[in-house]
Design a protein around this ligand. Structure first.
Ligand SMILES: [Zn+2]
Length: 410
């Protein structure tokens, strides 16, 4: 068994670990444990004697401190599951060594080409070794790149005791892709003060902001009457719902916004003449922006309803998750240390935000502040997914430096 980050990555991606939102079990698919069990065996072989898999499918382990100082306990976290969007069965990774530039034709499907025009990040990979699939499956660099990087960093720290560090916790979650990645995590058992998910994309990137997210459920009670006697009396809930959708501002939608802009997005509609329901998700990077969008949506509903005096509505806001920046700003050293680690790994640190939630945003609000650092993968959740060996090696270096910096600054 060899243990470079590339060896580990190639070993892990061939194991099918797709999660399944339709399943009610935890983890959602038993096959995720196929990888988790291997990770436990490898962690034990490295010498992390407390490594184990719990009944919910989480892997916990500790790289024990080798410092006399009291160092804050940090955790490295990634997820073993791959996205339900595209099959992860029978992954056949291929390596393009010393990439010379140009489009990459995947061998298993003539329609699957990783084009430089669509993937400008390829321009930074000249001379690197790029791993892709054959085009018939996703690769699973999201997040097996992160898993392989954490495993390799653990091995490196154990093999190089001259690098001083505090206790470092390792956490591999299941079901991240279906939004249940931290549902059953035992933070007390984990015993970390700060954490990093290793689940980002481009080398050098650190993400410390996510959307704040709410769901809104609107129900409309119309006036139902036999259509033969309806003149001047019927108020069709389906038409009321349609009028609300029609009035949504076109420039506050996912399809018309980017970067730090939020949106109002209908995600579900059911209805009959008598009763209709509309489901929305609302996203913004700050709470005031979120509240303003919800007020705007309710104003639209009120305005539409004013034309239907016999009908009524309910408007229910449900919190989904919050921008982790609020939590991370209270502990600026978490991101500062990551920025310094990226720099020492020889990369240019780039701080950014994610238009979505992460395990880290939920962990941050559960009491474990947790930004996201790059794993190196690109084109997640698709057959065009790719990652380079060199970027994975940079991530390993970043993790090792991060361990060292927390000890240095303690
Ligand atoms: Zn991921």
């Amino acid at each position: 068994m060899t243990d470079t980050v590339l060896d580990r990555f190639l070993r892990y991606v061939v194991i099918d670990t797709q999660s399944d939102a339709a399943s009610g079990t935890q983890p959602s698919t038993e096959k995720q444990k196929d990888l988790s069990r291997i990770l436990v065996a490898e962690l034990l072989a490295i010498g992390l004697s407390d490594a184990h898999l719990d009944e919910h499918g989480y892997v916990y382990a500790t790289i024990p401190s080798n410092s006399d100082k009291t160092v804050p306990v940090i955790c490295f976290c990634s997820h073993v599951d791959t996205a339900p969007d595209f099959t992860g069965t029978n992954v056949k990774p291929q390596i393009i060594r010393n990439y010379a530039g140009g489009d990459i034709q995947l061998p298993g499907d003539p329609l699957q080409v990783i084009r430089v025009g669509d993937h400008p990040a390829l321009g930074d990979q000249i001379g690197n070794d790029i791993v892709t699939t054959d085009g018939t499956t996703l690769l699973g660099a999201d997040d097996k790149a992160g898993v392989a990087e954490i495993m390799t960093a653990a091995q490196f720290l154990i093999d190089n005791p001259d690098i001083r560090h505090g206790d470092i916790k390792i956490l591999f979650t299941a079901d991240e892709e279906i939004g249940r990645g931290v549902d059953k995590v035992d933070l007390k058992k984990l015993g970390a003060q700060f954490a990093y998910t290793v689940d980002g994309e481009t080398a050098g990137h650190i993400e410390d902001e996510t959307f704040s997210a709410d769901g809104v459920e609107i129900t409309i009670q119309g006036v139902a009457i036999h259509p033969g006697f309806a003149k001047g009396r019927m108020e069709n809930a389906i038409k009321i719902a349609g009028a609300i959708i029609d009035r949504l501002p076109k420039d506050i939608a996912p399809e018309t916004t980017e970067d730090k802009q939020g949106f109002v997005h209908p995600v579900g509609i059911t209805g009959s003449m008598e009763k209709a329901s509309l489901g929305f998700i609302i996203r913004d990077f700050d709470d005031e922006g979120l509240a303003a969008k919800e007020a705007m949506l309710e104003a639209i509903v009120k305005e539409v309803m004013s034309g239907f005096p016999g009908s009524s509505y309910t408007f229910t806001v449900r919190q989904q998750y919050r921008n982790m920046k609020v939590v991370l700003d209270r502990h600026p050293e978490i991101v500062e240390n990551a920025v310094e680690a990226v720099r020492r790994a020889g990369l240019v640190p780039v701080r950014g935000s994610i238009r979505g939630g992460t395990d880290g945003s939920r962990l941050s609000f559960m009491g474990l502040p947790c930004p996201n650092i790059f794993a190196g993968g690109h084109a997640f959740h698709s057959p065009l997914e790719w990652v380079s060996r060199q970027d994975m090696e940079s991530a390993v270096k970043t993790l090792v430096e991060l361990a060292r910096i927390w000890e240095e600054r303690a």
